[in-house]
Design a protein. Structure first.
Length: 114
């Protein structure tokens, strides 16, 4: 059974940083395309960043230069380092694993406010 669990969300002031982690079980992050999406209230879920099985990385324009995605294959974890956070980054962040099937974590709240 596949399980994705996000951790590391919370409340942070504008300009601050947070590190999100997605712990995977039942799959190997080395074989899946792993991604972070986010969904703000009243808006659609959008891609934030993804990292392929071969570690090719893409970022949404709105996070380029601020967010970094990485994976630790030994720990089977995908990390999203978020710096210079803005109120517009407030959203529920979801971990996604995609190969032949697609799996989602339950999501974790990130709130950027002073």
């Amino acid at each position: 059974q596949v399980h994705l669990a996000e951790a590391g969300g919370g409340l942070v002031q504008p300009g601050g940083s947070l590190t999100l982690a997605c712990a995977a079980s039942g799959i190997s992050v080395s074989r899946y395309a792993m991604a972070w999406y986010r969904q703000a209230p009243g808006k659609q879920r959008v891609l934030v960043a993804d990292i392929s099985s071969s570690s090719t990385i893409t970022y949404a324009d709105f996070v380029k230069g601020r967010f970094t995605i990485s994976k630790n294959e030994a720990k089977n974890v995908v990390i999203l380092q978020m710096n210079s956070l803005e109120p517009e980054d407030t959203a529920v962040y979801f971990c996604n694993a995609n190969h032949l099937d697609s799996y989602w974590g339950p999501g974790i709240q990130v709130t950027v406010a002073s």
